[in-house]
Design a protein around this ligand. Structure first.
Ligand SMILES: NC(=O)c1ccc[n+]([C@@H]2O[C@H](COP(=O)([O-])OP(=O)(O)OC[C@H]3O[C@@H](n4cnc5c(N)ncnc54)[C@H](OP(=O)(O)O)[C@@H]3O)[C@@H](O)[C@H]2O)c1
Length: 250
């Protein structure tokens, strides 16, 4: 299993546990030929950089967190999260072989609290460029390979300027989802909709999903094309948990 997020205890703080000891998906075989990219002297445009949010939230209230951690432990969802956030889209691959390959990766943007909720030995999340947001980025205690940014706009700019980034995922928590949803590049939400009622949640996904809102559910076949894998249809069950993988777009 690639990633394990533990549910939050009734009290306490850091609760996400991520085990990356035996990754099932190796995306590092993908390389980007820098010669196919814009010259280093070109300043990339800030718009549009598509951002995809990925979140697990309850159906009823879109609850996502409790006491600094996840309110559930759903292994299938953790594995799904790890696989698809690592997978470099085929469209990001060079069309011709390259002599001096530069590896490309996806990026994950997260809030300072979400970063700190990952146990130190499992962070930064491997095989992805980790970007942590803080209003005081110098306060972030993290290895040098973690990018620090003072907001979504700065994070987007940093990633655009690198030239080795494929897909950009926003992985939470609530405050960072809100900032991302206000960014015009946020067009897709990969949602694990948890059917169970969960007590005591204190963090919520700040969006309206449904008939009346601007976000529309994408047909299953198109969802599979976007994430480049087969997704089980309908409500899934794992122990007490009932959940469904969905894609929403505006
Ligand atoms: N269900 C899910 O899919 C999911 C996914 C991720 C997280 N979660 C849960 O969500 C909860 C954490 O969410 P949260 O909302 O409390 O915290 P968060 O969004 O993870 O982090 C908040 C912190 O990030 C920084 N930040 C946030 N927005 C910013 C912005 N626009 N510009 C600059 N810095 C910004 C600030 O750091 P500074 O204080 O350093 O300025 C802020 O205190 C936890 O319970 C976690 O388990 C759930």
């Amino acid at each position: 299993m690639d990633k394990v997020m533990n549910p939050a205890p009734p009290t306490g703080k850091s609760t996400i546990t991520i085990s990356e000891s035996s990754p099932t998906y190796h995306h590092n075989q993908f390389f980007l030929n820098m010669s196919t990219q814009a010259p280093a002297t070109t300043t990339p445009s800030l718009h549009p950089l598509p951002l995809t949010l990925i979140v697990a939230a309850t159906s009823s209230s879109l609850a996502i967190g409790r006491s600094g951690g996840l309110p559930w432990r759903i292994k299938a969802d953790m594995a799904f999260f790890a696989r698809i956030t690592k997978r470099v889209p085929l469209t990001a691959l060079p069309s011709t072989p390259t002599l001096s390959p530069t590896p490309i990766h996806n990026a994950v943007i997260m809030g300072h609290k979400t970063y700190l909720s990952i146990p130190p030995k499992f962070r930064p999340l491997p095989d992805r460029i980790n970007v942590v947001l803080s209003r005081n980025p110098d306060s972030i205690s993290a290895p040098d390979n973690v990018l620090r940014a003072s907001g979504i706009e700065e994070a987007v700019k940093m990633l655009q300027e690198r030239g080795d980034v494929a897909k950009v995922w926003v992985i939470g928590g609530g405050e960072v989802y809100k900032a991302a949803l206000e960014w015009e590049g946020a067009k897709e939400i990969v949602l694990t909709r948890v059917e169970n009622e969960v007590e005591g949640c204190d963090t919520f996904f700040p969006v309206r999903l449904g008939e009346e809102g601007e976000w529309k559910r994408v047909p299953h076949e198109e969802f599979e094309e976007v994430v480049e894998e087969q997704i089980p249809r309908g409500v899934q069950e794992e122990g007490e948990w009932k959940f469904e993988f969905q894609l929403w777009r505006k």
